[in-house]
Design a protein around this ligand. Sequence first.
Ligand SMILES: Cc1ncc(COP(=O)(O)O)c(C=O)c1O
Length: 385
Amino acid sequence: MKIYGYGRQSISQEDIDAVVEVLKSDFLNNGPKIEEFEEKICEYTGAGYCVALSSATAALHLMMHALNLSEKDEVITCPVTFLASANCVRYVNASVNFADADIETGNISIDEIRKKVTPMTKAVIPIHFAGQSCDVKAFSELREKGICVIEDAAHALGSDYEDAKVGSCKYSDAAVFSFHPVKNITTGEGGAITTNDRELAQRLKRLRSHGMNRNPAEFVNESDGKWYYEMQELGYNYRMTEMQAALGISQLKRIEQFKQKRRYIVEKYKEIFAGDDRISFLTEKKFSNACWHICPLLIDFEKLGIDKKKFFNDLCDAGIHPAVQYIPVHLHPYYQNLNFKKGEYPTAEKYYAQTVSLPLYYDLSDDDVEYIGEKFLKVLNNQGQ
Ligand SMILES: Cc1ncc(COP(=O)(O)O)c(C=O)c1O
Protein backbone atom coordinates (compact mmCIF):
# COMPACT_ATOMS: atom_id res chain seq x y z
CA MET A 1 0.00 0.00 0.00
CA LYS A 2 1.19 3.50 -0.82
CA ILE A 3 1.79 5.76 2.17
CA TYR A 4 1.44 9.53 1.82
CA GLY A 5 2.67 11.97 4.49
CA TYR A 6 1.40 15.56 4.51
CA GLY A 7 4.64 17.07 3.21
CA ARG A 8 8.16 16.23 2.11
CA GLN A 9 11.18 17.64 0.32
CA SER A 10 11.95 17.39 -3.39
CA ILE A 11 15.68 16.87 -3.96
CA SER A 12 17.15 17.03 -7.48
CA GLN A 13 20.51 15.77 -8.75
CA GLU A 14 21.52 19.44 -8.99
CA ASP A 15 20.79 19.86 -5.26
CA ILE A 16 22.92 16.81 -4.46
CA ASP A 17 25.77 18.03 -6.68
CA ALA A 18 25.68 21.46 -5.03
CA VAL A 19 26.06 19.93 -1.55
CA VAL A 20 28.79 17.50 -2.66
CA GLU A 21 30.73 20.38 -4.21
CA VAL A 22 30.76 22.14 -0.83
CA LEU A 23 31.86 18.96 0.92
CA LYS A 24 34.89 18.87 -1.39
CA SER A 25 35.64 22.58 -0.88
CA ASP A 26 37.65 24.42 1.79
CA PHE A 27 34.68 25.68 3.78
CA LEU A 28 31.98 23.72 5.57
CA ASN A 29 30.91 26.78 7.56
CA ASN A 30 31.56 30.54 7.54
CA GLY A 31 32.28 30.43 3.81
CA PRO A 32 31.02 32.06 0.62
CA LYS A 33 27.80 30.05 0.21
CA ILE A 34 26.06 31.71 3.17
CA GLU A 35 26.54 35.16 1.70
CA GLU A 36 25.48 33.94 -1.72
CA PHE A 37 22.33 32.38 -0.30
CA GLU A 38 21.54 35.60 1.57
CA GLU A 39 22.01 37.63 -1.62
CA LYS A 40 19.74 35.27 -3.57
CA ILE A 41 17.01 35.52 -0.94
CA CYS A 42 17.26 39.33 -1.10
CA GLU A 43 17.08 39.26 -4.91
CA TYR A 44 14.06 36.98 -4.79
CA THR A 45 12.06 38.70 -2.05
CA GLY A 46 13.14 42.25 -2.78
CA ALA A 47 14.34 42.79 0.80
CA GLY A 48 17.46 44.86 1.45
CA TYR A 49 19.11 42.39 3.83
CA CYS A 50 18.96 38.73 4.73
CA VAL A 51 20.48 36.81 7.63
CA ALA A 52 20.65 33.03 7.18
CA LEU A 53 20.23 30.99 10.36
CA SER A 54 19.99 27.45 11.68
CA SER A 55 16.15 27.45 11.86
CA ALA A 56 13.12 29.72 11.85
CA THR A 57 12.90 29.14 15.61
CA ALA A 58 16.41 30.59 15.95
CA ALA A 59 15.35 33.45 13.69
CA LEU A 60 12.29 34.24 15.81
CA HIS A 61 14.39 34.04 18.98
CA LEU A 62 17.03 36.42 17.60
CA MET A 63 14.33 38.84 16.46
CA MET A 64 12.83 38.92 19.94
CA HIS A 65 16.34 39.38 21.40
CA ALA A 66 17.01 42.21 18.94
CA LEU A 67 13.86 44.01 20.12
CA ASN A 68 15.45 44.20 23.62
CA LEU A 69 12.27 42.96 25.28
CA SER A 70 11.95 42.48 29.03
CA GLU A 71 9.43 40.97 31.47
CA LYS A 72 7.36 44.14 31.21
CA ASP A 73 6.79 43.76 27.48
CA GLU A 74 4.17 41.87 25.56
CA VAL A 75 4.03 40.39 22.07
CA ILE A 76 0.83 39.37 20.27
CA THR A 77 0.62 36.38 17.97
CA CYS A 78 -2.08 34.00 16.75
CA PRO A 79 -2.96 30.69 18.44
CA VAL A 80 -3.32 29.01 15.01
CA THR A 81 0.38 28.37 14.50
CA PHE A 82 3.29 26.14 15.35
CA LEU A 83 4.62 26.63 18.87
CA ALA A 84 7.74 28.54 17.78
CA SER A 85 5.76 31.71 16.95
CA ALA A 86 4.85 32.07 20.63
CA ASN A 87 7.77 30.31 22.34
CA CYS A 88 10.25 32.88 20.97
CA VAL A 89 8.58 35.52 23.15
CA ARG A 90 9.03 33.37 26.24
CA TYR A 91 12.74 32.82 25.44
CA VAL A 92 13.30 36.50 26.27
CA ASN A 93 10.96 36.40 29.29
CA ALA A 94 8.38 38.71 27.74
CA SER A 95 4.64 37.93 27.86
CA VAL A 96 2.76 36.33 25.01
CA ASN A 97 -0.77 37.34 24.24
CA PHE A 98 -2.92 35.91 21.47
CA ALA A 99 -5.35 37.47 19.03
CA ASP A 100 -7.86 35.06 17.53
CA ALA A 101 -7.85 33.91 13.92
CA ASP A 102 -10.10 34.52 10.97
CA ILE A 103 -11.87 31.21 10.17
CA GLU A 104 -11.77 31.77 6.39
CA THR A 105 -7.96 31.98 6.22
CA GLY A 106 -6.56 30.81 9.56
CA ASN A 107 -4.68 34.12 9.66
CA ILE A 108 -4.64 36.47 12.63
CA SER A 109 -7.56 38.90 12.72
CA ILE A 110 -6.60 42.57 12.78
CA ASP A 111 -9.85 43.35 14.66
CA GLU A 112 -8.83 40.88 17.37
CA ILE A 113 -5.33 42.43 17.53
CA ARG A 114 -6.86 45.87 18.09
CA LYS A 115 -8.74 44.49 21.12
CA LYS A 116 -5.51 43.07 22.58
CA VAL A 117 -3.08 45.97 22.14
CA THR A 118 -1.99 47.58 25.42
CA PRO A 119 0.81 50.02 26.32
CA MET A 120 2.95 46.90 26.98
CA THR A 121 2.60 45.65 23.38
CA LYS A 122 5.97 45.92 21.68
CA ALA A 123 5.48 43.64 18.71
CA VAL A 124 3.04 41.48 16.79
CA ILE A 125 3.94 38.26 15.01
CA PRO A 126 1.38 37.56 12.28
CA ILE A 127 1.75 34.14 10.66
CA HIS A 128 1.16 33.75 6.93
CA PHE A 129 -0.80 30.61 7.60
CA ALA A 130 -0.58 27.78 5.04
CA GLY A 131 1.42 30.16 2.83
CA GLN A 132 -1.27 32.81 2.38
CA SER A 133 -0.09 36.28 3.32
CA CYS A 134 -1.94 38.21 5.99
CA ASP A 135 -3.23 41.60 4.92
CA VAL A 136 0.04 43.18 6.06
CA LYS A 137 -0.91 46.71 4.99
CA ALA A 138 -3.53 46.64 7.74
CA PHE A 139 -0.70 46.38 10.28
CA SER A 140 0.57 49.87 9.36
CA GLU A 141 -1.64 51.34 12.08
CA LEU A 142 0.28 49.25 14.64
CA ARG A 143 3.66 50.39 13.33
CA GLU A 144 2.44 53.99 13.60
CA LYS A 145 1.99 53.28 17.33
CA GLY A 146 5.59 52.04 17.57
CA ILE A 147 4.65 48.35 17.56
CA CYS A 148 7.05 46.20 15.52
CA VAL A 149 5.58 43.84 12.95
CA ILE A 150 7.56 40.62 12.56
CA GLU A 151 6.08 38.41 9.84
CA ASP A 152 6.27 34.71 10.61
CA ALA A 153 6.64 33.70 6.97
CA ALA A 154 7.82 30.16 7.79
CA HIS A 155 5.12 28.83 5.42
CA ALA A 156 5.29 31.54 2.82
CA LEU A 157 8.49 31.71 0.77
CA GLY A 158 7.30 32.20 -2.81
CA SER A 159 4.00 33.84 -1.85
CA ASP A 160 2.94 37.28 -2.99
CA TYR A 161 1.14 40.05 -1.18
CA GLU A 162 -0.29 42.48 -3.75
CA ASP A 163 2.63 43.34 -6.03
CA ALA A 164 5.42 42.27 -3.67
CA LYS A 165 6.91 39.00 -2.51
CA VAL A 166 6.36 37.98 1.09
CA GLY A 167 9.65 38.84 2.78
CA SER A 168 10.08 42.17 0.95
CA CYS A 169 9.22 43.77 4.31
CA LYS A 170 7.42 46.56 2.50
CA TYR A 171 4.95 46.77 5.38
CA SER A 172 6.89 45.15 8.24
CA ASP A 173 10.09 45.35 10.25
CA ALA A 174 11.27 41.86 9.41
CA ALA A 175 10.13 38.50 8.05
CA VAL A 176 11.19 35.04 9.18
CA PHE A 177 11.42 31.99 6.90
CA SER A 178 11.84 28.27 7.60
CA PHE A 179 13.66 25.78 5.40
CA HIS A 180 12.57 22.65 7.27
CA PRO A 181 12.08 19.70 4.85
CA VAL A 182 8.31 20.13 4.50
CA LYS A 183 8.59 23.84 3.71
CA ASN A 184 8.48 25.51 0.29
CA ILE A 185 12.26 25.10 -0.13
CA THR A 186 14.54 23.20 2.22
CA THR A 187 18.06 23.31 3.61
CA GLY A 188 17.46 20.27 5.86
CA GLU A 189 16.99 22.52 8.86
CA GLY A 190 17.39 26.23 8.41
CA GLY A 191 15.85 29.66 8.54
CA ALA A 192 16.39 33.27 7.58
CA ILE A 193 15.35 36.78 8.47
CA THR A 194 14.78 39.45 5.84
CA THR A 195 14.62 43.15 6.68
CA ASN A 196 15.28 46.56 5.18
CA ASP A 197 16.99 47.77 8.36
CA ARG A 198 20.76 47.63 7.84
CA GLU A 199 21.68 48.04 11.51
CA LEU A 200 19.25 45.33 12.54
CA ALA A 201 20.72 42.94 9.95
CA GLN A 202 24.26 43.63 11.16
CA ARG A 203 23.28 43.06 14.77
CA LEU A 204 21.49 39.82 13.85
CA LYS A 205 24.64 38.61 12.08
CA ARG A 206 26.63 39.21 15.27
CA LEU A 207 23.97 37.60 17.45
CA ARG A 208 23.96 34.42 15.35
CA SER A 209 27.62 33.97 16.19
CA HIS A 210 27.97 34.53 19.95
CA GLY A 211 27.62 38.32 19.71
CA MET A 212 31.14 38.58 18.28
CA ASN A 213 32.17 41.68 16.38
CA ARG A 214 35.18 41.50 14.01
CA ASN A 215 34.88 45.03 12.62
CA PRO A 216 37.80 47.14 14.00
CA ALA A 217 35.80 50.33 13.39
CA GLU A 218 33.27 49.14 15.99
CA PHE A 219 35.62 47.84 18.72
CA VAL A 220 35.02 49.16 22.23
CA ASN A 221 38.55 48.29 23.37
CA GLU A 222 41.81 48.75 21.57
CA SER A 223 42.63 45.87 19.23
CA ASP A 224 45.33 43.45 20.47
CA GLY A 225 46.25 42.50 16.90
CA LYS A 226 44.90 41.04 13.70
CA TRP A 227 43.32 38.09 15.52
CA TYR A 228 41.29 40.33 17.76
CA TYR A 229 37.48 40.21 18.01
CA GLU A 230 35.11 41.44 20.63
CA MET A 231 32.00 40.03 22.20
CA GLN A 232 29.88 43.08 22.89
CA GLU A 233 26.64 41.36 23.80
CA LEU A 234 25.47 37.84 24.56
CA GLY A 235 24.76 35.90 21.38
CA TYR A 236 24.29 32.30 20.26
CA ASN A 237 25.51 29.79 17.73
CA TYR A 238 22.61 29.92 15.28
CA ARG A 239 24.74 29.67 12.14
CA MET A 240 23.72 27.86 8.97
CA THR A 241 26.36 25.59 7.41
CA GLU A 242 27.80 25.94 3.90
CA MET A 243 26.16 22.64 2.87
CA GLN A 244 22.77 23.99 3.93
CA ALA A 245 23.33 27.28 2.13
CA ALA A 246 24.41 25.46 -1.07
CA LEU A 247 21.25 23.36 -0.91
CA GLY A 248 19.21 26.51 -0.33
CA ILE A 249 20.74 28.26 -3.37
CA SER A 250 19.99 25.25 -5.53
CA GLN A 251 16.43 24.85 -4.18
CA LEU A 252 15.65 28.54 -4.61
CA LYS A 253 16.20 28.17 -8.37
CA ARG A 254 13.07 25.97 -8.41
CA ILE A 255 10.84 28.08 -6.15
CA GLU A 256 8.53 29.27 -8.93
CA GLN A 257 8.27 25.69 -10.22
CA PHE A 258 7.48 24.51 -6.67
CA LYS A 259 4.86 27.24 -6.31
CA GLN A 260 3.15 26.41 -9.59
CA LYS A 261 2.92 22.72 -8.67
CA ARG A 262 1.67 23.42 -5.14
CA ARG A 263 -1.07 25.69 -6.49
CA TYR A 264 -1.91 23.12 -9.18
CA ILE A 265 -2.32 20.33 -6.62
CA VAL A 266 -4.60 22.47 -4.43
CA GLU A 267 -6.74 23.25 -7.50
CA LYS A 268 -6.88 19.56 -8.34
CA TYR A 269 -8.11 18.70 -4.83
CA LYS A 270 -10.73 21.44 -5.23
CA GLU A 271 -11.91 19.82 -8.48
CA ILE A 272 -12.07 16.38 -6.86
CA PHE A 273 -14.15 17.67 -3.93
CA ALA A 274 -16.23 20.15 -5.99
CA GLY A 275 -19.88 20.02 -5.06
CA ASP A 276 -19.25 18.15 -1.80
CA ASP A 277 -20.64 20.60 0.73
CA ARG A 278 -19.06 18.71 3.64
CA ILE A 279 -15.61 19.92 2.60
CA SER A 280 -14.33 23.48 2.32
CA PHE A 281 -10.92 25.01 1.60
CA LEU A 282 -9.26 28.16 2.90
CA THR A 283 -10.42 31.26 1.07
CA GLU A 284 -7.69 32.92 -0.96
CA LYS A 285 -7.95 36.67 -0.64
CA LYS A 286 -7.63 39.06 -3.59
CA PHE A 287 -4.33 40.49 -2.33
CA SER A 288 -2.77 37.01 -2.09
CA ASN A 289 -1.06 34.70 -4.51
CA ALA A 290 0.01 31.96 -2.16
CA CYS A 291 2.76 29.41 -2.53
CA TRP A 292 0.58 26.96 -0.60
CA HIS A 293 2.66 25.23 2.06
CA ILE A 294 -0.15 23.07 3.37
CA CYS A 295 -3.61 22.20 2.12
CA PRO A 296 -5.99 22.38 5.08
CA LEU A 297 -9.59 21.30 4.61
CA LEU A 298 -12.38 22.30 6.94
CA ILE A 299 -15.01 19.69 7.78
CA ASP A 300 -17.66 20.28 10.43
CA PHE A 301 -17.20 16.84 12.00
CA GLU A 302 -19.51 17.66 14.89
CA LYS A 303 -22.41 18.66 12.63
CA LEU A 304 -21.86 15.57 10.48
CA GLY A 305 -21.77 13.35 13.57
CA ILE A 306 -18.28 12.11 12.65
CA ASP A 307 -15.65 11.21 15.24
CA LYS A 308 -12.56 13.08 13.99
CA LYS A 309 -10.19 10.73 15.84
CA LYS A 310 -11.66 7.70 14.10
CA PHE A 311 -11.69 9.47 10.75
CA PHE A 312 -8.00 10.37 11.15
CA ASN A 313 -7.10 6.80 12.16
CA ASP A 314 -9.07 5.37 9.23
CA LEU A 315 -7.23 7.70 6.84
CA CYS A 316 -3.88 6.53 8.25
CA ASP A 317 -5.01 2.91 7.82
CA ALA A 318 -5.77 3.75 4.18
CA GLY A 319 -2.21 5.09 3.73
CA ILE A 320 -3.09 8.80 3.90
CA HIS A 321 -1.26 10.40 6.82
CA PRO A 322 -2.69 13.90 7.05
CA ALA A 323 -1.71 16.54 9.60
CA VAL A 324 -3.83 18.57 11.98
CA GLN A 325 -2.40 22.07 11.92
CA TYR A 326 -2.48 23.29 14.53
CA ILE A 327 -3.37 22.42 18.09
CA PRO A 328 -4.06 26.00 19.23
CA VAL A 329 -0.98 27.14 21.13
CA HIS A 330 -2.93 28.32 24.20
CA LEU A 331 -4.26 24.78 24.77
CA HIS A 332 -0.80 23.29 25.45
CA PRO A 333 -0.12 22.64 29.15
CA TYR A 334 2.80 25.11 29.22
CA TYR A 335 0.49 27.94 28.09
CA GLN A 336 -2.36 26.74 30.32
CA ASN A 337 0.09 27.12 33.19
CA LEU A 338 0.48 30.73 32.07
CA ASN A 339 -3.28 31.08 32.64
CA PHE A 340 -4.62 30.80 29.12
CA LYS A 341 -7.98 29.07 29.18
CA LYS A 342 -9.86 26.71 26.89
CA GLY A 343 -12.63 28.70 25.23
CA GLU A 344 -10.61 31.92 25.18
CA TYR A 345 -9.98 31.82 21.42
CA PRO A 346 -13.16 30.31 19.97
CA THR A 347 -12.24 30.68 16.29
CA ALA A 348 -8.85 29.00 16.75
CA GLU A 349 -10.56 26.18 18.65
CA LYS A 350 -13.32 25.82 16.05
CA TYR A 351 -10.68 25.80 13.32
CA TYR A 352 -8.76 23.08 15.16
CA ALA A 353 -11.92 20.97 15.55
CA GLN A 354 -12.60 21.13 11.81
CA THR A 355 -9.21 21.06 10.14
CA VAL A 356 -7.25 18.30 8.50
CA SER A 357 -4.37 18.90 6.03
CA LEU A 358 -4.10 16.82 2.85
CA PRO A 359 -0.73 15.68 1.46
CA LEU A 360 0.83 18.55 -0.51
CA TYR A 361 4.30 18.35 -1.99
CA TYR A 362 6.07 18.82 -5.31
CA ASP A 363 6.64 15.18 -6.18
CA LEU A 364 2.95 14.16 -6.01
CA SER A 365 1.76 13.11 -9.47
CA ASP A 366 -1.74 13.59 -10.90
CA ASP A 367 -2.37 9.91 -10.18
CA ASP A 368 -1.25 10.37 -6.56
CA VAL A 369 -3.56 13.34 -6.07
CA GLU A 370 -6.51 11.48 -7.59
CA TYR A 371 -5.74 8.40 -5.48
CA ILE A 372 -5.54 10.49 -2.29
CA GLY A 373 -8.77 12.33 -3.15
CA GLU A 374 -10.63 9.09 -3.82
CA LYS A 375 -9.34 7.39 -0.66
CA PHE A 376 -10.20 10.48 1.37
CA LEU A 377 -13.78 10.53 0.11
CA LYS A 378 -14.16 6.78 0.58
CA VAL A 379 -13.04 7.03 4.20
CA LEU A 380 -15.30 10.06 4.78
CA ASN A 381 -18.29 8.27 3.24
CA ASN A 382 -17.65 5.21 5.42
CA GLN A 383 -17.82 7.15 8.70
CA GLY A 384 -20.71 6.25 10.96
CA GLN A 385 -21.35 3.01 9.10
C1 LIG B 1 4.52 29.06 11.51
C2 LIG B 1 5.84 28.48 11.91
N1 LIG B 1 6.73 29.27 12.51
C3 LIG B 1 7.94 28.79 12.89
C4 LIG B 1 8.30 27.50 12.66
C5 LIG B 1 9.64 26.99 13.12
O1 LIG B 1 10.41 26.59 12.03
P1 LIG B 1 11.76 25.76 12.21
O2 LIG B 1 11.38 24.32 12.21
O3 LIG B 1 12.58 26.13 11.00
O4 LIG B 1 12.40 26.20 13.47
C6 LIG B 1 7.41 26.64 12.03
C7 LIG B 1 7.76 25.23 11.79
O5 LIG B 1 7.00 24.41 11.37
C8 LIG B 1 6.14 27.14 11.63
O6 LIG B 1 5.24 26.36 11.04
